[in-house]
Design a protein around this ligand. Structure first.
Ligand SMILES: *[C@@H]1O[C@H](CO)[C@@H](O)[C@H](O)[C@H]1NC(C)=O
Length: 475
């Protein structure tokens, strides 16, 4: 009896186990997405469906799907990845005439195949982003080759992703913001241009359509567009930093931080290493009495007696640029201390010299930080820490050869993201800026659509006159 019952028990156990496994399978099948649903979310779903219906063999599916992928990739290249930019044909007084270009024959734009007007040199150049972006748009009409290109100019604004405003605000500020004593008007040329720009833009169909949100305005010099920024704030600004902007007018969500054009020469063919750069820490810059000046002075007193530290005041002009190039190329680390604005050209000079930047600026915003990890090639120190006795110098001395070399290598890999060229090159600063703008387009579209929700209630003419609705806290 005992034997029999043991046997039958074992059978029962076996049976139930099999049943369990079977039912488990059934359950799994029923919870898995149904077949038709499955197909619809797969890429190349039409091909799979085709295969099911017509019993194609696997090799032909593979070939077809490769073909399909190829086609898609090409489509992406030409349509998806390229930002379509409409550019206003503003009169030359807003752009190339500010550089001294004479528009013989009343043309709006120089024919850049024949002549490329030069941007005034010296310190002006550091804020020349406006110029490089405009040249790139003009150039996009002449080159059929789309490889490495991130933006093209389109003539029909309805087909554009964004609208570019070709006002050279930085050179307008640098060269034309002083009122001349014998001038009739009390306003500077820069002020007048800004007023004209505002009244031009807010009456345009393109501006009204989006309330200005899809407009790109370059104002890289911190003091440029001083008047117009308060009127044109719904637009996407391209800036050096947000130091002189109320957060409602400009912020990291809405706007784009662009690099300065570095002033000192690039370190081509850099064969240096940790041992061959004798200066540990390098700083050359202006001393300011307000804001950042305090920290610069304090650091100066802390560091001035260190043998391998170069710390001196004075901005780099003329021959100073050569000296600074040499100095940075001979240094392991280069200090970037917040000045009267959070950003400065010095960071980009340091990158070009492969001198590891030490950034002491709590408020700094960095270009392309959504895709670049600056901690791989920069050292960040809080202002409050930097002011502690010996903190900074000990911190820097503790960074060894291996760690430094890693950062130095990374600097050489990323430096081309910060170079401005004409014609622009793949992944240089110009293309990186367009790509950053492109990544913001979906957000801009969402904002524009949201704004339209109640557009039927408001009556047609009023839509987009956002100028009047500037947040109350800064009037
Ligand atoms: C501009 O593009 C829109 C949308 O594609 C089209 O309806 C319109 O006809 C175009 N305008 C011109 C002048 O080509």
């Amino acid at each position: 009896m005992g034997l029999l019952s043991r046997k039958s028990l074992f059978c029962l156990f076996l049976m139930t186990s099999i049943l369990l496994i079977l039912s488990w399978f059934l359950v799994l099948r029923s919870t898995a997405p149904s077949h038709s649903f499955d197909l619809s979310i797969l890429p190349n779903s039409n091909l799979l469906a085709m295969a099911e219906n017509e019993n194609l063999d696997m090799s032909s599916i593979k070939a077809a799907s490769l073909h399909e992928e190829h086609k898609n990739a090409r489509k992406c290249d030409t349509n998806k990845q390229i930002l379509k930019v409409f550019m206003y044909d503003l009169p030359p007084q807003f752009h190339f005439s500010l550089l001294g270009w004479k528009n013989k024959g009343r043309r709006i734009w120089p024919d850049i195949r024949a002549e490329v007007p030069e941007y005034p040199g010296g310190l002006n150049l550091q804020h020349s982003v406006e110029y490089w972006l405009t040249l790139d748009l003009l150039n996009s009409e002449f080159s059929k080759d789309l490889s490495g290109r991130s933006a093209i100019r389109v003539r029909n604004s309805s087909e554009a992703d964004v609208v570019f405003v070709p006002f050279f605000a930085s050179i307008s500020y640098n060269r034309y913001s002083k009122v001349k004593p014998n001038q009739k008007s009390k306003k500077s040329v820069d002020d007048l241009l800004q007023e004209k720009l505002v009244s031009f833009l807010i009456t345009r169909e393109e501006w009204k359509r989006s309330g200005g949100k899809d407009h790109i305005i370059v104002a890289h010099h911190p003091n440029s567009l001083l008047y117009a920024r308060m009127k044109l704030w719904p637009a996407m600004f391209i800036l050096a930093d947000f130091g002189r902007y109320p957060p409602t007018v400009a912020n990291v969500e809405k706007d784009v931080i662009a690099p300065y054009k570095h002033l000192i020469r690039s370190y081509v063919d850099d064969k240096s290493d940790f041992g061959s750069r004798p200066v540990l820490l390098y700083f050359q810059g202006a001393i300011y009495r307000k804001d950042g000046g305090i920290i610069r002075q304090e650091l100066y007193y802390m560091l001035k007696d260190e043998k391998d530290v170069h710390f001196s005041f004075g901005s780099i002009k003329g021959d100073g640029i050569n000296k600074a190039s040499e100095g940075m190329q001979m240094s392991k680390f280069c200090l970037n201390i917040a000045g009267d604005t959070p950003s400065s050209n010095r960071l980009f000079d340091a990158i070009a010299s492969h001198c590891v930047p030490v950034i002491i600026s709590d408020e700094i915003e960095l270009p392309f930080e959504d895709i670049l990890d600056y901690s791989e090639f920069c050292i960040f120190v809080r202002m409050s820490d930097a002011l502690k006795e010996n903190f900074l110098i000990n911190f820097i001395r503790n960074i060894g050869k291996e760690e430094w070399t890693k950062m130095w290598r990374r600097l050489k890999e990323v430096e081309h993201f910060f170079e401005f060229h004409h014609p622009s090159k793949e992944n240089d600063a110009v293309q990186m800026i367009w790509k950053t703008v492109h990544r913001k387009v979906p957000m801009v579209k969402r904002e524009i659509h949201k704004e339209k929700r109640l557009s039927r209630m408001i009556g047609r003419g009023e839509r987009g006159l956002n100028v009047a609705s500037v947040p109350r806290n800064f009037w």
